[in-house]
Design a protein around this ligand. Structure first.
Ligand code: NAD
Ligand code: TYD
Length: 337
């Protein structure tokens, strides 16, 4: 592939993916389309800004004219769609931007790709479209969609559109669904970067409910390698699940983060539970292992320790992204706790 276009490349996973693509495919140009919302930070890619194979175009994926003009200008062979509103709690406060970007944005991108003739489209989706598990069992690609939050509902709607476009138009799309990511450059509103940055600042860690909810954690680079494998070797029309095979309750993870930051458990504050809070996510990724030759490589203990070290070393990055718009959101979500 000569040119790959990604959307949302200034966000957490997108920026890790762009960097990995530039390193792993030395003959390939990467075009990054990003609207630079509160979560999109060009600083995440400051180290590649001068790379001659990196092209940035600021704009909104819901803007058909803009999207089509960038596709015509750069002529990518493939598009990977990361652009999204990605935080469940924000979707509970206001679902409008989620429907706009996650649903309409995906439709606009696919229409523009069909018009211009892009050969491959990869939709980056989430295991949250499957809803919640009880104490046992795993999500497979055959698990029925049963989204429980406005965020996951918007992602499931986009997945359904992708399916419809593949079925109706033979649109060459692949969908990937991954569990909870962690790693460097994650916006400090999600559990791990929020708790690490709060702990380092001796602020309380707001655990929802009793902290018994379970998530399956995967290092962001393992997710990015999976997307790359699905992009190049996946079959159009297929869905591939990725997970870290690393389940943990929120409270166990919180205590581990306090150990890694050398902070006392007295920083833990139990706060009102998230409405509709999914109990447990856990992924069966045997299809990706079998069909894509992929598997998660980063051991959780190593990846988490490195991530905590990254946040320790990058307190200025955290301070800068925590300023402005984010502070208003924090006040609304946690009421100053
Ligand atoms: P993020 O919130 O860190 O980044 C989203 C990026 O999209 C930002 O750079 C933002 O500026 C950009 N964006 C938002 N609206 C846009 C628009 N209308 N037009 C153009 N750009 C826009 O998100 P993330 O955590 O990196 O997630 C990336 C993708 O991966 C999302 O689709 C998300 O649903 C999916 N995903 C995330 C996780 C996770 O654990 N974070 C797990 C599975 C799947
Ligand atoms: P989050 O990182 O928001 O990811 P998701 O909701 O997409 O899984 O949350 C991970 C888990 O941590 C989830 O069970 C909610 C919980 N949580 C808290 O207990 N406190 C918090 O302040 C946040 C942001 C999340």
């Amino acid at each position: 592939m000569k040119t790959l276009l990604v959307t949302g490349g200034c966000g957490f996973i997108g920026s890790n993916f762009v960097r990995l693509q530039l390193e792993a495919h030395p003959d390939q140009t990467v075009v990054n389309v990003d609207a630079l919302t509160y979560a999109g930070n060009p600083e995440n890619l400051a180290d590649v800004a001068d790379n001659g194979r990196y092209v940035f175009r600021k704009g909104d994926v819901t803007d058909r004219e803009f999207v089509e003009s960038v596709l015509k200008e750069t002529r990518p062979e493939a598009v990977v769609n990361f652009a999204a509103e990605s935080h469940v709690d924000r979707s509970i406060l206001d679902s409008g931007p989620f429907v706009r970007t996650n649903v309409v944005g995906t439709q606009v991108l696919m229409d523009a790709c069909r018009t211009v003739g892009v050969g491959r489209f990869l939709q980056v989706s989430t295991d949250e479209v499957y809803g919640s598990l009880g104490e046992t069992g795993l999500f497979t690609e055959e698990t029925p969609l049963a989204p429980n939050s406005p965020y996951s509902a918007s992602k499931a709607a986009a997945d359904c559109l992708v399916r419809g476009y593949h079925h109706t138009f033979d649109f060459p799309a692949v969908v990937t669904r991954c569990s909870n990511n962690y790693g460097p450059y994650q916006f400090p509103e999600k559990l791990i970067p929020l708790f690490v940055s709060n702990a380092l600042a001796d602020k309380s860690l707001p655990v929802y409910g009793e902290g018994t909810n379970v998530r399956d954690w995967i290092h962001v680079l393992d997710h990015c390698r999976g997307i790359d494998a699905a992009l190049r070797n996946g079959t159009p029309g297929e869905v591939y699940n990725f997970g870290g095979e690393c389940e943990m309750t929120n409270i166990a993870l919180t205590k581990l983060l306090l150990k890694l930051t050398d902070k006392p458990e007295s920083l833990i504050t139990y706060v009102t539970d998230r409405p509709g809070h999914d109990l447990r996510y856990a992924i069966d990724c045997s299809k990706a292992k079998r069909d894509l030759g992929w598997e998660p490589e980063v051991p959780f203990e190593t990846g988490l320790a490195e991530t905590v070290a990254w946040y320790r070393e990058n307190t200025e990055w955290v301070d800068r992204v925590k300023s402005g718009e984010y502070l208003k959101y924090y006040e609304e979500q946690y009421g100053g706790r």
